[in-house]
Unconditional design. Structure first.
Length: 463
C-alpha cells in the first residue's frame, strides 16, 4: 500500500503497530493518517482522540477489515475524516487521500487568520486583502523581516503598524524612518547616532533611530530611497545586529524587528544597480504586496462607509444617506491614489453636501466625475494616445489632461517602441535582450506582457 501511495506522488511513512505509528504521528508534519482497526497492540479507534490533539492535526482515514457500519459510524463521530473498506482499491484510496488533503489545506488556510488578529482599523474583505491579512498574522507571530509593497495610499504604513501591534513587541516602540526624507549629509548620524564632537555642530551625543527601535519595530518607509552606501552599512546591522555610531569606537547592539515598505520596483532597481540585491534578499523574508483599490472594487463600499462614519463624527453631523449613483461613481473610478485618495474625496463630498442629508455623485470632486465620464465615452488612454499622434496638428483633448497622464502615456509609447526594437535587434533572444537592457528576467517578462509584445519564452536550458 505504501508503494502504491508513493507512486501517487505522496510521501509515506508506515508502521505495523499502534505504538510505532503514534510515535511517527507525534513528531508532527503528518497530513493524513491511514489507520487500521485491528492492530497487534490494540484497536485503532481507541487512539483517535489522541490523534485529534496533535498539532497540526492530521486527517484520519479509517480502514475497516469487514463491513462494520457501526464501527464506521463511531469512527466518523470520533473525528475521523473518512473510512475505507478493505480491500482498498487504488482509485478509492487516491480519491480519499486527495479529498482529505484538499479539505485540510483549505481548513488550514481559513484558520490562518487567528480570531485574535487585531486589524487596527484595516477595512475590507476582498479575497486579496484577506490573504494580505493572513500574511500579517503569520508575520506578527514570528520575528522576521517583512517587506510591504504597493502603490501609494494602499495602506503600507497601516499594515506595518498592524504587524507591530499584533506582535510580541507591541508594547515597545514603533520607530518610523522615512528614507525619502532623511537629511542628505546627516543620514548616517540620524540612523546610527553620533558621539559628541563627531562632526562640526555635534555638541552633544545623540542616539540614532536604530537604537531608538531597540526592543521594538523599526519601520523603514520608502526604502528604495536609501543611499547605496547606507544600504551597505545597514546590511551589516541586519546581519549582526550591531553598529557603530558616527565618531564612536564602540559597537552598540540593537534588537529590533525590521519592516520595510516601498512603492518602487526593487527588483528592477537591483537590475539597474540602484539597490543592493543582498539587502533586498534579506528584507523579504515575507513580502506583503498590497493590491491597488481598483483591483478589489468590493472593498470600496465598506471603506467608504467606515470613513464617512468617522468624518460625520468629526463634523458632529448625522450619518448621511446615499443616492444610487454615489457608489456607482466610486466603483467606476480608478483611484490611482488608492484608499488615501478615496478618503480625501469623501471628505470633499461631505463638505460639498453641506446640510443635505444625502450624498450624490455630484458631490464628488469634479476631476473624478470627469475621469469617469471620459472613461464611459472611450478610455482616457485612447484619447491621450490619439492626442499624442495628432497633437502636433490639432492639439490636446479638452479638457486638458493632467501633465502626469500625458507623461505616463508618452513614456508608455516610448518604452513599448524600445522593447520592440530590442527584440528585433536580438532576433527574439531574451538572454541577449535583458543583458542589453539591463533588466532581470522577471522584469523583462513583466514588461513584455504589460506592453503586449509577443515573445518566445527563453529555453531554460540556455538561460
Ligand atoms: N484597508 C484599509 N482600511 C482602512 N483605511 C485604510 C486602508 N488602507 C489604507 N487606509 C488609509 O489610507 C491612508 C493611506 O494609508 P497609508 O499611509 O498606510 O498608505 P501608504 O501605502 O503608506 O501610502 P504612501 O506610499 O503614499 O506612503 C491612511 O489614512 C490609511 O489609514
Ligand atoms: Mg506610507
Amino acid at each position: 500500500m505504501s508503494n502504491a501511495i508513493q507512486r501517487m506522488g505522496f510521501d509515506v511513512k508506515w508502521a505495523t503497530s499502534l505504538a510505532a505509528g503514534l510515535e511517527i504521528i507525534c513528531l508532527g508534519d503528518i497530513d493524513v493518517v491511514l489507520l487500521d482497526v485491528r492492530l497487534p497492540d490494540g484497536d485503532g479507534l481507541s487512539v483517535l482522540p489522541g490523534i485529534q490533539k496533535v498539532t497540526p492535526k492530521p486527517e484520519v482515514i479509517i480502514m475497516t477489515g469487514f463491513s462494520d457500519p457501526e464501527g464506521a459510524e463511531l469512527a466518523i463521530k470520533s473525528g475521523a475524516w473518512d473510512y475505507l473498506q478493505k480491500p482498498v482499491g487504488t482509485k478509492a484510496l487516491k480519491l480519499a487521500l486527495t479529498r482529505a488533503l484538499e479539505y485540510q489545506s483549505e481548513k488550514r488556510q481559513r484558520s490562518q487568520v487567528p480570531i485574535s488578529l487585531d486589524r487596527r482599523g484595516i477595512i475590507g474583505d476582498s479575497p486579496t486583502l484577506r490573504s494580505c491579512l493572513d500574511l500579517v498574522a503569520q508575520a506578527a507571530q514570528r520575528d522576521i523581516n517583512v517587506l510591504i509593497t504597493g502603490e501609494t495610499g494602499t495602506g503600507k504604513e497601516l499594515f506595518a503598524q498592524a504587524i507591530h501591534k499584533n506582535s510580541q513587541r507591541s508594547n515597545r516602540s514603533f520607530t518610523v524612518v522615512d528614507c525619502a526624507a532623511l537629511p542628505g549629509t546627516l543620514v548616517e548620524s540620524t540612523l546610527f547616532g553620533h558621539e559628541k564632537g563627531a562632526y562640526t555642530g555635534a555638541d552633544h551625543a545623540s542616539i540614532g533611530l536604530i537604537m531608538q527601535a531597540d526592543g521594538g519595530t523599526l519601520f523603514l518607509d520608502e526604502i528604495g530611497e536609501l543611499p547605496l552606501d547606507i544600504q551597505k552599512r545597514f546590511l551589516r546591522v541586519l546581519q549582526e545586529r550591531t553598529f557603530r555610531p558616527v565618531g564612536s569606537k564602540r559597537e552598540q547592539k540593537s534588537d529590533f524587528r525590521l519592516i520595510a515598505a516601498t512603492n518602487q520596483d526593487l527588483d528592477g532597481m537591483v537590475a539597474r544597480g540602484a539597490f543592493r540585491g543582498d539587502l533586498l534578499f534579506r528584507l523579504r523574508s515575507v513580502t506583503i504586496d498590497l493590491p491597488p483599490l481598483r483591483e478589489r472594487p468590493e472593498d470600496i463600499k465598506p471603506l467608504a462607509l467606515n470613513h464617512l462614519a468617522k468624518l460625520c463624527d468629526k463634523y458632529h453631523s448625522e450619518m448621511k444617506g446615499f443616492s444610487a449613483d454615489f457608489f456607482k461613481m466610486l466603483r467606476a473610478y480608478e483611484w490611482p491614489g488608492n484608499v488615501r485618495e478615496l478618503n480625501q474625496s469623501l471628505e470633499k463630498a461631505l463638505v460639498s453636501a453641506g446640510n443635505n442629508p444625502t450624498l450624490f455623485a455630484q458631490d464628488l470632486p469634479a476631476e473624478i466625475r470627469a475621469k469617469v465620464a471620459r472613461k464611459s465615452v472611450g478610455s482616457s488612454d485612447d484619447l491621450l494616445r490619439h492626442a499624442k499622434n495628432v497633437y502636433g496638428v490639432v492639439g490636446f483633448p479638452s479638457p486638458l489632461p493632467k501633465l502626469e497622464d500625458v507623461r505616463k502615456s508618452a513614456t508608455d509609447e516610448v518604452i513599448s517602441k524600445y522593447l520592440e526594437a530590442l527584440l528585433k535587434h536580438t532576433a527574439g533572444n531574451l538572454t541577449k535582450a535583458r543583458r542589453i537592457a539591463g533588466l532581470s528576467r522577471s522584469r523583462l517578462y513583466t514588461l513584455l506582457k504589460y506592453y503586449q509584445i509577443s515573445y518566445e519564452p527563453e529555453d531554460p536550458e540556455s538561460a
